[in-house]
Design a protein around this ligand. Structure first.
Ligand code: GUN
Length: 293
């Protein structure tokens, strides 16, 4: 078994982007800008957003974190998004999800200029990804693709099974990996909780992507010998022995599955850091496209 070191690959990508940003500065080109909008006080969201802000700082992007109380109205939030749609210093706008119940996430996503939609959640980007046109693709699926590519894991003709059908991970991972392109061209199955025999499906996977959101859901009997296992899960499990009262665990029973897998991502330190690295990459891409480069 080989460990897929997402943390290390993400650091490499961030260093590459930092170098590119420094080059742009030296050449007098526009520096990419990212604004992250954080509503309310969900502790996990605060942690994620801090990570995104730190990455921007380290790379040298223009960046801002706009925090708003959970009491913000939808109209006020839409006005804030719109202000950044019209602000040339910012090429990426990310509204951290989830949003409070009185705000319709879809309406907010639709309000973001698709050219600045670095999450790749706007229907324009989702549609372009689906038909194989150039798009800002969602960060976690792009991170998975990048990990497979950097570990030179073949995908062409391989059976990739993604468990989970979310709009953030499951569906876009399938859309990305089924493309008739380099680094993709997989035979893709989207499996989910309604499967009559989920293990029978997952056992046929050459590459198994677990994006269910349930701690240690994927057990060794669900995995083929030699499969590549990508764990997207980030679950907080109560653990009194930890100072913060919980430990982070993936959607995969790492201890047992790692004995069967040829490659496997750890949690933490696997897919998670890649999501931020790809956000930085999308912000660079958006900046260049907006600047007409
Ligand atoms: N919440 C959890 N993951 C994500 C993400 O990738 N983007 C946004 N905007 N919110 C999230």
């Amino acid at each position: 078994m080989r460990l897929i070191e997402g943390k290390k690959i993400a650091a490499d990508i961030r260093a590459e982007i930092k170098e590119e940003t420094e080059r742009r500065r030296a050449e007098g080109k526009t520096i990419p800008g990212l604004v992250v909008i954080l509503v309310g006080d969900d502790p996990a969201s605060h942690t994620y957003v801090r990570g995104k802000g730190k990455a921007c700082e380290e790379i040298g992007y223009v960046s801002k974190i706009e925090t708003r109380p959970a009491s913000i109205t939808q109209e006020e939030l839409l006005d804030l998004v719109n202000a950044y749609n019209n602000d040339d210093a910012y090429h990426g706008i990310l509204v951290q999800m989830p949003l409070p119940d009185h705000i319709d996430e879809k309406t907010v996503i639709h309000a973001i200029d698709p050219r600045k939609d670095v999450d790749g959640f706007h229907p324009i980007n989702v549609g372009n990804l689906m038909i194989g046109d150039d798009a800002l693709a969602p960060c976690t699926p792009s991170g998975i693709q990048e990990l497979l590519a950097r570990y030179e894991i073949p995908t062409k003709g391989k059976h990739l099974v993604v468990v989970g059908r979310s709009n953030i991970v499951g569906k876009p991972t399938a859309a990305l990996m089924v493309q008739k392109k380099e680094r993709a061209n997989a035979i893709v199955t989207v499996a989910h909780s309604a499967a009559e025999d989920l293990a029978a499906i997952t056992r046929t996977a050459d590459i198994l992507v677990a994006a269910i959101g349930r701690a240690e859901f994927v057990t060794a009997d669900m995995v083929k010998e030699g499969a590549v296992v990508i764990d997207v899960g980030m679950n907080r499990v109560e653990d009194a022995s930890k100072k913060r009262g919980y430990r982070l665990t993936g959607d995969v029973d790492f201890e047992n599955v790692s004995e069967k897998a040829s490659f496997i991502t750890p949690v933490p330190g696997g897919v998670g850091p890649m999501t931020i690295a790809m956000l930085m990459s999308n912000t660079m891409k958006a900046c260049k496209q907006i600047c007409g480069e």
